[in-house]
Design a protein around this ligand. Sequence first.
Ligand code: 4AD
Ligand code: MG
Length: 459
Amino acid sequence: MPSAYARRVLVASALAASAPRRDILVCGWVRTRRDAKGLTFLEINDGSCLANIQVIVTSASRARACLDPVSTGAAVAVTGSLEESPGKGQKWEILAEDLTLFGGADPETFPLQKKRHSDEFLRTIAHLRPRTNKYGAMFRIRSEAAFAVHEYFREKGFFHVHTPILTGSDAEGAGEMFRVTTLPPAAASFEDDFFGRECALTVSGQLEAENMALALGRVYTFGPAFRAENSHTPRHCAEFWMVEPEMAFADLEDDMDLGEDFIRQIVSRLLTRCPRDLDLFNRFVDTSLLNRLQRLTDAPFARIPYAGAVEILRESAASFAFPVFFGADLQTEHERFLTEEYFQRPVIVYDYPREIKAFYMRANDDGATVAAMDILAPRVGELIGGSQREERPEVLENRLRELGREEKDYWWYLDLRRFGSVPHAGFGLGFERLLMLLTGAANIRDVIPFPRTPKNLDF
Ligand code: 4AD
Ligand code: MG
């Protein structure tokens, strides 16, 4: 026996109907209720799309009897007929026969009343914000983007691999790991700990992805990453999702090509698949959004070596708070100048000074730079960080020694250079930054359902 809900029709499909239909069941949350003479209008949303469906309850309808406690926020099931709407603004509406109230929402205390709430306020009720137009749209876009990521790599012949979340190695070497332990707070030694050694949440799946690429050829991992950076910026989360492809038999050029093609493809697919949800962001969040996204898919990204970027910044008339010189990390203000003013499109900066980049990046012949690349986007800043990896065992060993790292901690990573080493390259894309690009959202806390940031672990 199918359940009572099995014949439920999603609002998205009801609104796409091609003919009237009798005996339809729709379930959802009441967005608004309006009473007129002898009629009640309910706007119902079930999350399947941005639009609500209008439900009409006449005084003759059986649904009338259950209507009293139905107000904004209530969860209801409505049966009735799908009719062509004589009113403006919608093609279809439901003439209600019956109505069931699942859970009411006391108008005195339900926080989502019919008005625009600030993002700051909505962050304090992250459990309810997906029921607003904006956040419903956000999380549908997020889902569609995740699907597009898998689809893209699958089409390109990349295998999806799962890399560990519990790890013993600091992939980036930045020491921003969250420790994981089962020891009581005052315990003396890691030997007594669960794994008999230090354990942390991963900052990146790269090292293991490299490992898999050196067997399967082309792989990607798409998982959570954790960083205990105490950065209170609108672009950093302590827990975020990263897409990390890795290619064997590839160099920095291939890496840049893949990164650019990937971003442009995802944007283009989302423009086709989420037009209504994206249009909401274009209207209410950033009126230049759709224009910018369209341009991004139309024109190639700019590419410039780090040294060239430094030159542009030094020669610009702009005054920066942070000094610019060869060897300096590019700050947000520099990234914004390059992407928003100078090039007015995404920019790939490559060949960074080795001192400011991770140990695994391949040394260039100039002795000063490594084969690294960052893709910077207007308003978002760094969207992708990637590199060709150091595949020469002696060079990698020297670098580890230089940085005071223990070779034994990297034994398996070094083994990959000793046995069948090949040129290889990959990158990491911050999935939340991609969503900021797609929606124009200015704060990373608004593109992930339950953001984790310093001093914030609610929900
Ligand atoms: O540049 P990152 O640190 O590179 C890596 O982790 C490499 N292991 C990736 C690789 O080559 N496989 O991080 C990659 C991207 C950044 O460009 C940024 O988009 C995002 O991850 N990211 C963050 N996003 C949100 N919050 C944070 N705290 C982030 N840190 C990095
Ligand atoms: Mg980076």
